[in-house]
Write a protein that binds this ligand. Structure first.
Ligand code: FAD
Length: 456
């Protein structure tokens, strides 16, 4: 009897426990369901769809090389999985567990109709595996990270099977092109292919490249002008590589590697938070932020658009926003600066920024995006950072962003290292580059006043 392998954000054949377990039961039918209904407002954004298209293409190729293939269907997960199971006479379904609230609901629905067997493998440890002394979930990152570390290393990754036996007949499949996941007129993703190779092989290549750089990560990760990070985020998000495989590949015990592994634990931390608080993407985790007098988006529309388009007059913010638009990714240090600028200097609700990231990031992840936006806002469960207002110009100098700005804001390419961070202040701003849309002190004071008002 054939067995279904229900794939979601786990588009890989290596270290894929659901696949290995399915193979023990019978011939496997790998099924991907494009379900835009279940996540509702969190249906995949444009950049993620670009990634998904290529990742599914690569996965189908890898499956075919092993005697199998990928079945594509579109619709409600529970209905489609049940339909395909009925068609092929399968009663058993294997899948990796996922923690987005809509996936947990879909898992319940599939489990009602069929024998669904869920496996761990998307995180270093399943949420709730480490608990505080009082038995609750950790809300603060540092003790969480320490607790996770004490359970590491994760189990060694298991290789992909050599062969995946096919069922006697294959169910019908959609054509991937009919899903129209790729943008057209305009093709704003035309540059993505230069930076990214979606799929398992691309993930392995990024990991292999990063191995030699890991010892420098502790400092290099903060410098947007160099490629000092792994660029694994979209691969991890789509499950093209397991975090356990990443862990085991980096065997150094140096400071850089350790710092990197702690960042990887942030991903686990964020997923724990959305299990505890499934509304993390739409509701302040600290309710006092509900009273914060954000500017009305209609009134602040021009500022919001300037931020989206990278025309705020703050070179580091603009470089980041343009990198995001052009490549689907932004350096972490710059994500923090750009998010902080929107929330504090422009006093625009973090949710609007998070939505823009959701649509434009190839690594858009409900857990990582929501938890990081709320972390910058100060409205998250971890430390309240609202009053720690980042000065974009100081950050830009401190982290040596001159080359990064030259790359992404070509209007400023001729300015010296000393002037490029703040051309206005030095009187060297070219006419093609906008003046600051808000002064640093003015923005800062407005934000602090709003915060005082919220606190009553
Ligand atoms: P590396 O530095 O090489 O880190 C390795 C991996 O660790 C990453 O791939 C990622 O999976 C994980 N990681 C690193 N930092 C974090 C973090 N702060 N939180 C959670 N996981 C982390 N990351 C996403 O994957 N998706 C998002 O939607 C996302 N939105 C963000 C929004 C804001 C406002 C901020 C400040 C950060 C956001 N991040 C998000 C976290 C971080 O910026 C990216 O994970 C990182 O830049 C990805 O690049 P990398 O793979 O080279 O990271």
């Amino acid at each position: 009897k054939p067995v279904l392998l229900w794939l979601r954000q786990d588009l890989r054949l290596s270290d894929q426990p659901a696949l290995l377990a399915a193979l023990e039961e019978g011939p496997v039918i790998p099924l991907y369901v494009l379900d835009d209904g279940a996540p509702r407002q969190w249906a995949m954004g444009g950049a993620s769809r670009w990634w998904l298209h290529h990742s599914l293409t690569r996965l189908d190729e890898s499956l075919r090389a092993k005697g199998s293939r990928l079945i594509l269907r579109r619709g409600k997960s529970a209905e489609i999985v049940a339909q395909v199971a009925k068609q092929v006479g399968a009663s058993s379904v294997h899948a990796l567990r996922h923690y987005e609230p809509w996936w947990r609901n879909a898992e319940k629905a599939v489990g009602k109709a069929l024998d669904l067997k869920l496996h761990d493998g998307g995180l270093l440890l399943p949420p709730g595996a480490v608990r505080t002394g009082a038995g609750g979930m950790y809300r603060i990152y540092t003790p969480f990270s320490r607790a996770v570390m004490s359970h590491m290393p994760p189990p060694a990754p298991r290789p992909a099977p050599d062969h995946i036996p096919a069922p006697p007949t294959w169910p019908e499949t959609d054509s991937l092109d009919d899903w129209k996941l790729l943008p057209s007129s305009p093709d704003w993703a035309s540059g993505f292919g230069q930076d990214w190779t979606p799929g398992e092989a691309g993930a392995q290549a990024n990991l292999a490249d990063f191995r030699d750089e890991a010892p420098d990560y502790a400092t290099a990760r903060n410098l947007p002008s160099i490629e000092g990070t792994s660029r694994l985020s979209p691969h991890l998000h789509f499950g093209e590589i397991s975090p356990a495989a990443v862990w085991h590949h980096l065997t150094g015990s140096d400071e850089g590697t350790n710092t990197f592994l702690k960042e990887l634990i942030w991903r686990d931390y964020a997923h724990n938070q959305i299990v505890e608080l499934p509304t993390y993407g739409s509701a302040n985790a600290r309710s006092e932020f509900d009273a914060l007098p954000w500017r009305d988006l209609k009134a602040a529309k021009e500022d919001f658009t300037a931020w989206q388009q990278g025309r705020t007059g703050y070179p580091i913010v603009d470089a980041g926003m343009r990198q995001l638009w052009t490549t689907g990714w932004m350096h972490n240090r710059v994500r923090m600066i750009a998010a902080s600028f929107l929330i504090k200097h422009l006093l625009i609700d973090w949710r609007h920024g998070a939505r823009w990231f959701w649509d434009t990031l190839v690594d858009a992840s409900y857990a990582n995006n929501s938890v990081n936006w709320q972390w910058v806002a100060g409205s998250g469960v971890d430390a309240n950072m609202f009053v720690r207002i980042m000065a974009p110009l100081v950050q830009s100098e401190k982290f040596d962003a001159a080359a990064y700005i030259r790359q992404w804001v070509p209007e400023l390419a001729d300015l010296s290292d000393a002037h490029i961070h703040d051309p206005d202040a030095h009187g060297v701003r070219p006419r093609s580059y906008p003046p600051k849309i808000v002064g640093h002190r003015e923005g800062r004071e407005r934000a602090l006043a709003a915060y005082r008002q919220a606190k009553g």
